[in-house]
Structure formats: structure tokens, C-alpha cells
Ligand binder design. Sequence first.
Ligand SMILES: [Zn+2]
Length: 465
Amino acid sequence: MDVQVKFLGAAKSVTGSRYLVELDGFTFLFDCGLFQGLKELRLRNWDEFPLDPAVIDAVVISHAHIDHTGYLPRLVKNGFKGPIYCTPPTADLMEIMLLDSAKLQQEEASYAKKKGYSKHENPLALYSEDDARMVFGMFKTIGYDRPFNIHERVEIIYRDAGHLLGSAITEVNLKGDSQRKKIVFSGDIGRYQQDLLHAPAPIEHADVLFIESTYGTKDNPFKDPEDDLTRIVNQTFERGGVLVIPAFAVGRTQSLLYYFRKLMLEDRIPDVPVYVDSPMAISATYLFYKHPSFHKVHTTSEDLARAMETNMLVFVKSPEHSKSLNALKSKAIIISSSGMMTGGRILHHMFNRLPNKQDTFLVAGYQAEGTRGRKLLDKEPTIRLFGEDVKVNCSVEFMSSISGHADRGELFKWMGNFKDKPKITFCVHGEGEDQEKYAQAIRDTYKWNVMVPEYLESVQLFSGI
Ligand SMILES: [Zn+2]
């Protein structure tokens, strides 16, 4: 049996995770992500898929983030018939996140049309909410540590990746004619010290390893985020401003709620309203209650509620309520998505508050090239919103300590669990020159055979096994 892989994304880019694995008589796609960030990347979402989606037998999903799942509705629209394998929380999260993704794209298309700032006469959305709903019936869920055959020759086992609720490292065991081989997809790896999620599970053996590189060259040592949050909240209120936190609705928002409650109880910050202005974040918070065995705060749902809910917590459901937050002058915290400021309600908060000297934007996670979040961090004087250049006068803070991503040291720690060298290791899910530096560092540290694949490159993984 021969096995090959084709890199359909997240090869020299952080977004668009999708790897096509082909063996005799069976083809599966590992992850099915959307390209985000730079326009040249986003345009790839519109390219014709390199093969007829109808010939793909299955999709295996590592976790629910859109850069790993956001292309699914398009794949289904173009003929893929399922199944889609994932963990139970990932299935629930995908329902929320794919609908949100569809909505954002529809909104952006209709806004571009209304304002006439698109080059296209009739800007289209990549897919609709109805397209997204078509995907949900195809989910087949598998818990952690349970071997499951997706084909007579292919068994998968999910291990806890500690990156997002339900996120997985995936072991793929292949039964060849004469040999057994193992491919490991790291997916996105989480941190070793966390408030809500477990540390990433160790893996000791792989013939072929796909290792993520998001923070492959950056150290982000664990630092208790409480001191930073206390300082930022208090400084903002002393200036008479509002603190706005663009946050990923799932994970980051729940961690922030956990810390704000703790800081209020300890009287380190005043009791002020914390507005969760994202319907998706509200639904995602509920999923922490629904899947107690997939995170650490699992004694009882009552404990979890107490751990995450400040007594000043306000869930903002309607768009009208969201817009009314523009009138707030001070002593309030607004958490809104999307985390990279590419869409969602955060945009109108940016439009209103970026020009305000007294307000603070706290950027609390990775920002891909080309996103508004990256521009804000790069201290660009204006940010383009709704077809206008909006001045940035507010304070901008960056806090990486509640990142969902392992840093350089933690990625090497995780790779250090391997008892023998993988035959080949692919560095994926990283940007630019950093990829090559990271690959060289792995070669230097572990003497592994490491490759940085190109977009659309095909590689033979095994022959005649
Ligand atoms: Zn992720």
C-alpha cells in the first residue's frame, strides 16, 4: 500500500489547515480550514478545490477553530457527502462557529454591496447559513483515547490537545499489507499551565509527524495574567475609560470571565459590569457546562458557574443592546468577538472607541498577518472599518499570557516526549521565515528529519507498506 499527502493549506501560512491523505482505495481530508488574514490568502477560499469533493471519503477534524473547519460548508456545497469525525464538544462548537462564519461572510458581502466598496458588482458570500446547516448532520463524534476505525485500514485516536474545548491531537494508525504505520497530527497544541483546560497529552511514537508552528519561534513563558489584568483595568478606569477586549468567543472569553470574577472577589479591581457582547461566546460558555469531562473545572455545574460568572456579568444578546454599549463612558468591560477583529460586533466597538483617548483595547491572543488585530498591534495610525479609515487614539495593550497556544518552549517540551525519531516531521501552521527557523531548531535539538512543505505540494509518506 502507498500513502501520500497533499498540503491544501496551512503550509507556510497559519490559516487554511487542510491535508489530503490518500491511500489505496481511501481518501480523507485532515481538517478543512478557511484561509484568513491577507487578501492573497483569503482569495484561495474562492479557488476551485484541487479535487472533486465528492471523491473524498471522510474528513477528520482536530478542533473547531475556523482556520481548521471553516471551509466545510463550501466542501459540502460542492459535493462532499460525509462523514466528518470530531470530538463531541468540537461538533457542538462547530455548529455555533460555522453559523457565525456564514453570517459574517453574508454580512460582509451585503455591506460591501451597500457601501459600494467592493470591486465586484454583486459581492457574494462564500457560503450561507443554510449551507453551514447542511454540514451538521454529517458529524460523527468520538471521545478522547478511544480507537475508532474510519476505514478497515485506518484507525484514529483523539488525545487531549489542551488548546480549545474538545481540541485533539490525532493519531492515525495505518494497516498496510505488511506493515503498520502511524501518522500524528499535532493540531494546535495548548499550554501546560492553564486555568480551564488540561495540559496537552504526550505522544511517544510517530512514523510521520505534522507539528504546528504558530509560536514555534516565540517564547511566551507562563505568567500569571492576574497582575496584568489588574493594572490594565485600573489604569483604564483612572483615565475614565472603558476596557474593550476583542476575544475569541470560545476559550479566551471563558478564561477572562474566570479571572475577572477572581479579581473582583479579591477587591483588586472594582465591581463593574462585564458585558459579553457575542452570542457565540454566550453559547460557548454553556458548552463548558455540557461537556464537564473535557476540561478541568468539572466538579459540579454550580462550581463552574461560580468560577466563570462574575455577579456583574451581562450577556448582550440583541444587536440593539450591543449598540447601546456605545453610550458607556467608563467603569465597564466589554468582551466581544471576533478575536482578530476580522468581523462581528467588535467592529462597531472599534469604530466608536478607537478614536477615544481614555479607552483601552486589550489584544489577548495571536493576530494573523493582514488582520485588523495585527494592524492595531503594529501601531498603525488608522484602521479601516466599514470603508472608512478610523483614527487610533486609544491605548492598546497586548497580553499573551492567556493564549491558547503552546509557546516555543512548550512545543519542544511536547516533542521531547517522543521516544524515537519520526521518519519525517512536517512543520505546518506557521508563517514566513519563522517556519524555516523553527524547522532548523528542531533539527538541531532532536536531529529529526524536518521539512517545511509548500502550499499544494504532494509528498509520498509510505510506499509498499
Ligand atoms: Zn486553534
